[in-house]
Design a protein around this ligand. Structure first.
Ligand code: AVJ
Length: 339
């Protein structure tokens, strides 16, 4: 596809895919709520001995905005620290990456991080992927106006389970862009499996540019995930409203309390929602009594030593790495080649 204004019609078609993929997945049965698959996944998690819900359900339109607000918090260092690394080492990164890549943004959100890369690396195509499809579409519409010469496509899909890309995504010089340390939501083994799937979507000219949060003082970590304003609490609690919508559940948000704390033994932040008192929850296809203090595990955010981060990428089949960190060694941005 030629760039410039010719990219607008294909963009609109991708938007149609966005809705289809986000609401139901291709060919999946739908109910008045979310997809049958999503309801089954949510129900299984809520019914388990240790209740859990995937962190991907944190991101409805409001959840995406609350996450943006988290990124503004002084206590939430990852966004700021990563941005400082990009600002300091952008030229070196651009040198390693080269021009005319197919920039594939995993969890694009408001697309701001990719937009800051555009003037440095001049990608040939920008493919923004996010589970929060409506939010993504609005973000990309604005971005296409600012950069009319870059061919853009939006894909509303849950890339955690499958990274199958449509044929509209160029095969040449694919650069998987995975900033923000979202890799931390996976266990280390899941992270290797996921990165392997990204590696498999690359030709020998492909690469990965990834942000990984590093192990640090636990007081810094605790403050970042349980901020005094309660923005992270609102972000976590909003999951319950999203579940009410997706699975026809009857969570009363006021009956739950946010917990966000570093588990040093597991090298991860854990977020939970804890029942303030004994209560019962119903959802489409299930019901459960929660004791006072019983919790739903909603997120892990793994922190790595930089040697372990490099090891993870090597295990996934990437090589020739460049690692950039901030002066405090709080966060790492790594460029790794598929070779
Ligand atoms: C988007 C997964 C990188 O783990 O820091 C922020 C999500 N959760 N505050 C993170 C999050 C609570 C964030 N990631």
């Amino acid at each position: 596809m030629p760039p410039s204004t010719a990219s607008v019609p294909p963009l609109t078609r991708e938007y149609a895919n966005v809705h289809a993929a986000a609401n139901s997945g291709v060919g999946q049965a739908r109910t008045a709520h979310g997809s049958a698959v999503a309801i089954a996944e949510i129900g299984a998690g809520l019914a388990a001995a240790h209740a859990s819900v995937s962190p991907k359900f944190l991101y409805d339109a409001l959840g995406s905005r609350l996450f943006e607000a988290i990124c503004e918090l002084p206590e939430y260092y990852p966004t700021r620290t990563e941005a400082a690394i990009f600002a300091e080492h952008g030229a070196a990164m651009a040198h390693a990456i080269g021009h005319d890549t197919t920039l594939i943004d995993l969890g694009a959100g408001n697309c701001a991080k990719a937009a800051r890369l555009f003037p440095l690396i001049h990608p040939a195509q920008y493919v923004a992927i996010d589970i929060s499809a409506d939010f993504l579409r609005e973000s990309l519409e604005r971005l296409q106006q600012r950069f009319p010469h870059i061919e853009m496509a939006a894909l509303g899909l849950d890339f955690s389970s499958s990274l199958a890309l449509p044929p509209t995504v160029r095969a040449e010089k694919r650069l998987f862009f995975y900033p923000g340390s979202s890799i931390g939501n996976f266990t280390p083994q899941e992270a290797v499996d996921f990165l392997r799937r990204a590696r498999a979507q690359c030709d020998s000219d492909g690469a990965l540019l990834i942000g990984i949060d590093l192990v640090k003082d636990s007081a810094v970590l605790d403050a970042a995930y349980d901020d005094p304003l309660g923005v992270t609490a609102a972000f976590n609690l909003n999951l319950l409203r999203h579940l009410n919508h997706l699975a026809g559940a009857d969570f009363d948000v006021r009956q739950w309390r946010h917990r966000g704390r570093y588990n040093a033994a597991e090298s991860r932040i854990e977020m939970h929602l804890e029942a303030r008192h004994e209560l019962t929850v119903h959802w489409q296809g299930g019901t459960r009594l929660f004791d006072a203090g019983e919790a739903i595990h909603t997120e892990n955010s793994y922190k790595y030593r930089s040697s372990a981060a490099v090891g993870l990428l090597e295990q996934a089949g990437f090589q020739a790495m460049n690692v950039w960190t901030d002066p405090q060694g709080w966060f790492a941005v790594i460029h790794a080649r598929a070779i």
